[in-house]
Design a protein around this ligand. Sequence first.
Ligand SMILES: NC(=O)c1ccc[n+]([C@@H]2O[C@H](COP(=O)([O-])OP(=O)(O)OC[C@H]3O[C@@H](n4cnc5c(N)ncnc54)[C@H](OP(=O)(O)O)[C@@H]3O)[C@@H](O)[C@H]2O)c1
Length: 250
Amino acid sequence: MQDKNHAESPERWAGLRVAVSGGTSGLGLALVRELRLSGAEVALVARERERVRSVALHSGAHGIVGDVADKQGIHRIALQITGLLGGLDVLINNASELGPVPLALLADTECEALEAALATNLLGPFRLGKALLGALAASAREGRGAVVLNVSSDAAVNPYPRWGAYGASKAALHHLSRIWNEEMARQGVRFLSLDPGDMDTPLHRLAAPEDDAATLKRPETAARELLAAIAAALPPPQTPAVSRSPLFAF
Ligand SMILES: NC(=O)c1ccc[n+]([C@@H]2O[C@H](COP(=O)([O-])OP(=O)(O)OC[C@H]3O[C@@H](n4cnc5c(N)ncnc54)[C@H](OP(=O)(O)O)[C@@H]3O)[C@@H](O)[C@H]2O)c1
């Protein structure tokens, strides 16, 4: 991926309405901070209430407490996103579940651990994307553009032993993104599936505690790369929208 600093053209993001799942840690937190610095209106979703409140307060993003793996909660999350932002231009499905921790061979993986990985990494982005397609298509019709970024992994394409639940869920998400991109092209909604690279985050520390953090990418670097890729998929900027005060939704 090209390392282009989107902050060179912050006007591209000014007033854009962006939702980030898993916006309280690692890559998601870096994305929220970068986006806010560039003037985007941001809604973040995560499960841990205090972290959501704190990140929302400090970043000026809208905080939504929610679990993307929870089928019953998806429409509430989608309604809060569009209600708080007044529509949606960019959805970033970033929240992620490793499956068994410590990582395990498939033969030693409980079905429930595979189900948990699929629920967060595949079904969550599918359900949230579906619930928000109307808002994204409306944004595309208005000429603002519409992009869904599904955060992928090299485990989606490489058969790493012990990464079975996570890798299978990310492979399915990657293919889902490619098909959705074909199906929604006429409506102007683009789907991207991008691997941020190995980053120094809590998830990586949980999965591979033996790795040397100094050899890993900073999540801030990955966030800037991903935002540059999204910006490249959006049409040229329009007049910035008016900024609004942060709100909480619990
Ligand atoms: N780190 C790496 O080396 C690496 C490499 C390749 C790809 N990736 C991908 O990059 C993305 C970010 O990973 P990361 O390393 O930054 O992870 P992280 O530090 O563990 O952060 C995960 C975030 O997702 C939230 N989350 C987890 N499950 C959720 C759920 N069911 N509903 C809502 N929010 C949920 C967490 O908050 P709560 O727990 O409060 O919900 C947290 O904010 C993931 O898609 C991951 O697969 C990471």
